[in-house]
Design a protein around this ligand. Structure first.
Ligand SMILES: [Fe+2]
Length: 191
């Protein structure tokens, strides 16, 4: 294994900006329009209002080797698509047996989790919430507040990302805006 030098990254809790980001990923509505339950509304927004930034990830990249601990911030912008809150794509880990820790930095969010066997869970996150994603649980985060929702993630380098399963099947639960609050409901189109 490579011997890396110890390092430090300053994190802006409000924006998620890293002083030393090896990469920045932007996910726009056009990248994930098919993931929203109301695809017609996603298409209407793209046609009438143009594309919009849904979330941004900044991270520290490390070799995909046992024991390496990559970490990143995610900033999800506030808003919804046909009442479904802005969210990340969500994923299983390619190596299902790898877990992850999320730490809330600012704003208000929901962490939606599910297993392939059918279990579901949701965890509310605010600044200071340390949420644990155990092995075998897919995870998606949702901004249910009026400000940016920003959190910090730490995982094992070999975990890998399986986005395809969620792109194909969706999530079992949706986080919708109902009377100004967040409601978690069954996804009628799951699977
Ligand atoms: Fe993950």
């Amino acid at each position: 294994m490579d011997l890396l030098q110890p390092s430090k990254t300053e994190v802006d809790f409000t924006t998620g900006r890293l002083s030393r980001a090896d990469y920045t990923i932007q996910r726009k509505l056009s990248d994930m329009a098919a993931m929203y339950a109301d695809r017609d509304e996603a298409a209407r927004i793209l046609a009438d209002e143009g594309d919009r930034l849904i979330y941004e990830v900044q991270g520290v990249e490390l070799p995909e080797q046992e024991g390496q601990i990559p970490h990143c911030t995610t900033r999800i912008l506030p808003g919804d698509v046909g009442g479904e809150f802005h969210m990340t794509k969500g994923h299983y880990h390619a190596r299902r047996e790898q877990g992850e820790v999320y730490f809330g930095l600012s704003g208000r969010g929901l962490l939606l989790l599910q297993t392939e066997a059918g279990a579901t869970s949701e965890i509310e996150m605010v600044a200071g919430s340390a949420a644990y994603v155990p092995p075998f649980w897919a995870h998606r985060t949702v901004n249910i507040g009026a400000e940016d929702f920003v959190f910090f993630s730490v995982w094992e380098a070999r975990a890998g990302h399986d986005y395809g399963t969620i792109e194909r099947d969706g999530f079992r639960k949706l986080a919708l805006r109902r009377d100004g609050e967040a409601a978690v409901v069954d996804n009628p189109r799951y699977g």
